[in-house]
Structure formats: structure tokens, C-alpha cells
Design a protein around this ligand. Structure first.
Ligand code: DOR
Ligand code: ZN
Length: 431
């Protein structure tokens, strides 16, 4: 199979490319990049006016399989990723059963292969059953191919156990993806602030996140572990991250599109689609996150794609499930909120959504280098559309962005040289 992409704006921070040109792909490999390439390929893509980037990577996704396939499964999650322009996704271990042993890792690998769309990299839990008491078998899961460990959904509260997990992880060169939440300060349902006072809703304090950010930075530095902080949401967290980086410590962090787009004010109408953990914060926090991305303090944009069934959202705010479907609006929100508003350049977007995620994971992706596997995303940066969750490929439709007019969309997703998404259609439906 040969593929020729013509006249696109080729954007690749890893090789310092930003020019209008062509890419020729043969047998799944990037063969040549340049101008006026003359090949007679089986498939020709006219990328005029489009961005051609290394395949987007989402390091924080919930696929719900095994155990909660009514919300999402590996196939529907893979389709959702393809639609959103992602070629690689990392799936969190808070499934039923939890991904805490090699058998579940192998099961996910098998199902991902069967879906045959995007690369799915499982993340292993830190403790057995995510119960915070006994370490999971990190070594065995590493052999089975996990890309990281995480207790996502909560923090490991026993600091000594986490210290040991970090030592283990560094032996296997695995990053630790830290969900930062001190539970005694997070007994409520929304950010502690003016809005929670107005709505009379029980609060989640910003300190809940910041205390654990500080603790995990200290622990990781002593254990020489690769710490990655998940979904940072407060100005204080960004400040702690900045200080650690200034000290030269090995730490990376992600923020989500919903945390850089929405504030706690979105909760006003009690729309349960705004209920997420960590919660939507204040205008000041949102600005700190956006400046953190702009200034290179925040490394990665990740979705925390968290699908939930309508019945788990169609209830009172207090009892609704936490989470937002993220894969299919991520590129559009990043272009609309960050590129169009001057926080990120197009190259900056690629850095946060492909180059840096690959570097953090230590995988040979996130690049358009010649000789590498052709995982490529082609984005139309100027197309405008109105979000309609009912059109998602994901099994779940819980988005707070319904009706929002956005700019920019993935037009093609190419994995290993195969076009798996073209203009919204998933392989099998493509003419
Ligand atoms: O909103 C969230 N949903 N935050 C998390 O940490 C977990 C996730 C989920 O699994 O639904
Ligand atoms: Zn998560």
C-alpha cells in the first residue's frame, strides 16, 4: 500500500519542519518528505490548506473494558479516537476488574488488536484492585507491555507504598501518572469558590490537588522516578510544577481541554455534564493553565476521556458520575481556545498533542522522521462546526460542549500507513 499526501502544511517539532510539502508512505513507513514528490501511489490525499502532523497521542483515556462495556469498549473507544485524530491512546486501569495483573493487560492488547484501528497502550494500576494496600504486580505487567502505572480516579494515600511503587517503576523505566487528590479536602461536588457558595453545593478545595502535587514531586525526586501529573486544574498546581522544573527535576504534566475551556460558572445550570474530577475551576485557574501551556511549563494536552451512560448523568448533580467524553472535541477545542487565541502556535499544538506525549511515554512515535512508522493526522484548521454529542462514535454522549461552535477538526487519521478515518468516516465506511 502506497500513500501520497500532497501540498499539506507539514508540522513536526521533532524534526523542526514547518513547510508546505508532500509525504510519501510505502508499506506503512514514511519513505520521503519534500516538495513536488512524483510517485504514482494507490491513494492520493490532497492536503491543500490542511496541517499534516505526527499522529496525535492521548495519554489519558478511559475505555471501560473490561467490565463497563455499556459505557464504552475498546472498539468504540478506538473509533472515537480515530474520529478525533488520535493514532495512539493510553487506557487507564480503573476498569472492572482493575488492570492490576498481566492477564488483564493481555486481554486489552488482544481486544485492541481485534478492533484494529488505533494503537492502544494499557496503563497498569499501582495497587491491587486500586485499593491502596498492596502493590500490583508491576514487573509482570511491564513484561506484558504496559506503558505506565497509575491509580487514576484517586491518589495512593499511603506515601510509603507510593515511594516503593516509584522505585519499582524507575527499575522498569515506567512513568507514574499521578491523579492528585487528598480526599478529606474533596468531599464535595464542585470547586470551592463563589459559585459553590451561590449554588449551596458542597466543595472540593484546590488544596486537595496541590498537597498531593507537592508530595508526589518530593517522592519522585527522591526515588528518581519519571513523574507525570494528570489533569492539573489549579493555579497553585501550575506554580508547584514550575518550581520543580526550575529545580531541574524530572516531572511532566498534562491539562485537559475542559479545564482550559470552561470555568466553574458552567455548573450554574446544574448540567451534570460539567461534573468532572478534578472539578472545573475559576477564571484565574484557567488563565494559569493556558499560560502554563504557552510558557512550556505544561507539557501535554490529554483528554481524560471519561464516558458515562446517560442514566449516570441524568440525575441530581450530587449523585451524577464524574467525567466528560473528550476524544472527539480535543483538537477543535485546542485550536479554538489556544491556537486561535494566541496561546499556542500550530507547532505548539503538535508538541502538546504528539511530540511531548511520545517523549513522556518513551515510545518511538510522535515524529515524521523518514523511516518511522507512518502514524499521521491531517487537520483542517479552519473548518467550523457546532458540537453535537449524538454524532460521537463513543458509546457515551456526556459532553458539556453541545451546541458550542468550534473551529478545526481532524480530517484523516492514518495508522501504520493505513487510512482509518477520512472525513468522519471510520475504516470500513470509507469509499
Ligand atoms: O472525571 C473523572 N472521571 N475523573 C477521574 O479521575 C476518573 C474519571 C472516570 O473514570 O470516570
Ligand atoms: Zn482519568
Amino acid at each position: 500500500m502506497e500513500l501520497l499526501i500532497k501540498n499539506g502544511r507539514i508540522l513536526d517539532p521533532s524534526t523542526n519542519l514547518d513547510f508546505i510539502g508532500d509525504i510519501y508512505i510505502k508499506n506503512g513507513i514514511i519513505e520521503e518528505i519534500g516538495q513536488d514528490l512524483q510517485y504514482s501511489a494507490e491513494k492520493l490525499i490532497d492536503a491543500k490548506g490542511l496541517w499534516v502532523t505526527p499522529g496525535l497521542i492521548d495519554v489519558h483515556v478511559h475505555l471501560r473494558e473490561p467490565g463497563q462495556e455499556y459505557k464504552e469498549d475498546i472498539e468504540s473507544g478506538s473509533r472515537s479516537a480515530a474520529k478525533g485524530g488520535f493514532t495512539t491512546i493510553c487506557c487507564m486501569p480503573n476498569t472492572k476488574p482493575v488492570v492490576d495483573n498481566e492477564v488483564v493487560v493481555e486481554y486489552i492488547n488482544m481486544k485492541a488488536k481485534k478492533a484494529g484501528l488505533v494503537n492502544v497502550l494499557p496503563i497498569g494500576a499501582i495497587t491491587k484492585g486500586q485499593e491502596g494496600e498492596i502493590l500490583a504486580n508491576i514487573g509482570k505487567m511491564a513484561e506484558a507491555g504496559i506503558c505506565a502505572i497509575s491509580e487514576d480516579g484517586k491518589s495512593v494515600l499511603d506515601a510509603n507504598l507510593l515511594r516503593k511503587a516509584m522505585q519499582y517503576a524507575s527499575m522498569f523505566d515506567l512513568p507514574i501518572l499521578s491523579h492528585c487528590e487528598e480526599p478529606s479536602l474533596a468531599t464535595g461536588f464542585m470547586n470551592a469558590g463563589e459559585m459553590s457558595a451561590l449554588l449551596g453545593m458542597k466543595e472540593i478545595y484546590p488544596e486537595s490537588e496541590e498537597i498531593i502535587v507537592a508530595r508526589d514531586i518530593i517522592l519522585a525526586n527522591n526515588a528518581k522516578a519519571k513523574l507525570h501529573l494528570c489533569h492539573l486544574s489549579t493555579k497553585g498546581s501550575i506554580q508547584l510544577l514550575k518550581e520543580a522544573k526550575l529545580r531541574g527535576e524530572i516531572v511532566t504534566a498534562e491539562v485537559t481541554p475542559h479545564h482550559f475551556t470552561l470555568t466553574e460558572e458552567a455548573v450554574e445550570g446544574y448540567d451534570t455534564n460539567t461534573k468532572v474530577n478534578p472539578p472545573l475551576r475559576t477564571r484565574i485557574d484557567v488563565e494559569a493553565i493556558k499560560c502554563g501551556l504557552r510558557d512550556g511549563i505544561v507539557d501535554i494536552i490529554a483528554t481524560d476521556h471519561a464516558p458515562h451512560h446517560i442514566d449516570e448523568k441524568n440525575c441530581e448533580y450530587e449523585v451524577a458520575a464524574n467525567g466528560i467524553v473528550g476524544l472527539e472535541t480535543s483538537v477543535s477545542l485546542t485550536i479554538t481556545e489556544l491556537v486561535n487565541k494566541g496561546y499556542l502556535t500550530p507547532i505548539g499544538l503538535v508538541e502538546k498533542m504528539s511530540t511531548n506525549p511520545a517523549r513522556m511515554l518513551g515510545i518511538d512515535k510522535g515524529t515524521l522522521e523518514i523511516g518511522k512508522i507512518a502514524d499521521i493526522t491531517i487537520i483542517n484548521p479552519s473548518i467550523e462546526y457546532v458540537v453535537n454529542g449524538q454524532e460521537f462514535e463513543s458509546k457515551s454522549k456526556n459532553t458539556p460542549f453541545n451546541g458550542m461552535k468550534l473551529q478545526g477538526k481532524a480530517m484523516y487519521t492514518i495508522v501504520g500507513g493505513q487510512v482509518i478515518m477520512e472525513d468522519g468516516k471510520i475504516r470500513g465506511e470509507i469509499q
